[in-house]
Design a binder for this molecule. Structure first.
Ligand code: UDP
Ligand code: MG
Length: 136
C-alpha cells in the first residue's frame, strides 16, 4: 500500500552560504522525494524562536535561533513514499560526527549546530512546520 507523505526540509545558513543547495536537492530527488515547494528566505530571530519553540527549554535554544536567522535559508516541501522517515534517513544524525556515510550531515555538516539541514521528525510536526512556512 502506498503511503505518500509531505515533510518540511530546510537548508540551513551554513549550507546555503557554501552553495550546497543544488547538491542537497539532488540527494532528495534521486531518492524519490519530489520538491513540491521551494523558497529562499531570511527569517528574523523572533520567527526562528517561534519555529523552534519546542526546544525553548534547551541550553542551545538561543544560539539555535540566532543561527537559523543569521543568513538565507531554503525551505522546501518534500513529497514521497514515507517522506518523513526517508528525509530523516537522508539527513543523518543531528551531530555530523555520528552521521552515517553518505548522509547529508556526514557529507556537509560542520558541527552539531551547523549541521546543514532541518527535517520534520513526525507527520504531525511536518504538518505544523509546512503550515508555518507555506500557509498564511
Ligand atoms: N542543536 C544544537 N546543539 C545540540 C542539539 C541540537 O545546536 O546539542 C541544534 C542542531 O542544529 C539541531 C537543532 O538544534 O539540528 C534541533 O535539535 P534536534 O534535537 O531537534 O535535532 P534534529 O531534529 O535537527 O536532528
Ligand atoms: Mg528536530
Amino acid at each position: 500500500m502506498s503511503n505518500i507523505e509531505q515533510t518540511l526540509s530546510i537548508i540551513k545558513p551554513d549550507a546555503v552560504e557554501r552553495n550546497l543547495s543544488e547538491n542537497i536537492k539532488n540527494i532528495f530527488t534521486k531518492n524519490d522525494l519530489k520538491i513540491k515547494e521551494n523558497k529562499k528566505i531570511h527569517i528574523t530571530k523572533d520567527e526562528a524562536a517561534e519555529f523552534y519553540k519546542v526546544h525553548q527549554s534547551k541550553p542551545f535554544y538561543n544560539d539555535l535561533c540566532a543561527y537559523l536567522s543569521s543568513g538565507p535559508i531554503i525551505v522546501m516541501i518534500l513529497e514521497g513514499e514515507n517522506a518523513v522517515l526517508v528525509n530523516r534517513k537522508l539527513m543523518g544524525a543531528t551531530n555530523p560526527l555520528d552521521a552515517e556515510e553518505n548522509t547529508i550531515r556526514k557529507l556537509y555538516g560542520i558541527s552539531i549546530d551547523k549541521n546543514s539541514v532541518h527535517g520534520s521528525d513526525s507527520i504531525d510536526n511536518a504538518k505544523k512546520e509546512i503550515e508555518f512556512f507555506f500557509k498564511n
